[in-house]
Ligand binder design. Structure first.
Ligand code: FES
Ligand code: FES
Length: 161
C-alpha cells in the first residue's frame, strides 16, 4: 500500500505516515490536528471540508491524500499569519456572517478563491461561486454581505481580498 510521508500545509512541510488512499480531511484533522477543516456530510454535498489546493477550492472529504503530495494546501488555520486575520475573515466577523460556524472555514476559503478569480463579484456571481457550500443556519444574506465588504475594501486598497 502506498504511503504519504510529507505534505505542504499552510506553508510548512509536515511529516506524517499515512495510507495514500485516506481522505485529505481525515489526515488534516486526525494526523495534523487541523480541526478548522470541518467534517459535514463526508460525501461531497456540503463543502464544509473545503481547503485550498494550489489556490483552488477542494472538498477534502473526497480528496485522496495521495493526490495532493507536492501541492500547496491551505486550511483556515494558515490563511493569515499567526494572530492576524485575513481580510475575508475580518469581513465575515463584521458582517456577523456565521451562527454555529460549522460551514464558516470552508465558506471563507471558498470566498477567498472566488475573490481571487473575480475581485468584484455581483451577488449572482457570489451565489454561483459558492454554489455547493451549505449553511444549515441560513446565514447566506450575511455571507454575501461579507464577501461584498471584503471585495469593496480590497478594491479601495487596490489589492486582492
Ligand atoms: S464534508 Fe466534504 S462536502 Fe461535506
Ligand atoms: S453558520 Fe451554521 S452551518 Fe453555517
Amino acid at each position: 500500500m502506498a504511503r504519504i510521508t510529507e505534505l505542504e500545509v499552510n506553508g510548512t512541510r509536515r511529516h506524517l505516515d499515512a495510507d495514500s488512499d485516506r481522505t485529505l480531511l481525515s489526515v488534516l484533522r486526525d494526523d495534523l490536528s487541523l480541526t478548522g477543516v470541518k467534517y459535514g456530510c463526508g460525501e461531497g454535498q456540503c463543502a464544509a471540508c473545503t481547503v485550498l489546493v494550489d489556490g483552488a477550492p477542494a472538498k477534502s472529504c473526497l480528496t485522496k491524500v495521495g493526490t495532493v503530495a507536492g501541492k500547496r494546501i491551505v486550511t483556515i488555520e494558515g490563511l493569515a499569519p499567526a494572530e492576524t486575520l485575513h481580510p475575508v475573515q475580518e469581513a465575515f466577523l463584521e458582517a456577523d456572517a456565521m451562527q454555529c460556524g460549522w460551514c464558516t472555514p470552508g465558506m471563507i476559503l471558498g470566498a477567498v478563491a472566488l475573490l481571487a478569480s473575480s475581485p468584484n463579484p455581483t451577488d449572482a456571481e457570489i451565489a454561483t461561486g459558492l454554489n455547493g457550500h451549505i449553511c444549515r443556519c441560513g446565514t447566506y444574506p450575511r455571507i454575501v454581505r461579507a464577501i461584498r465588504l471584503a471585495a469593496k475594501r480590497a478594491a479601495k486598497k487596490g489589492v486582492h481580498a
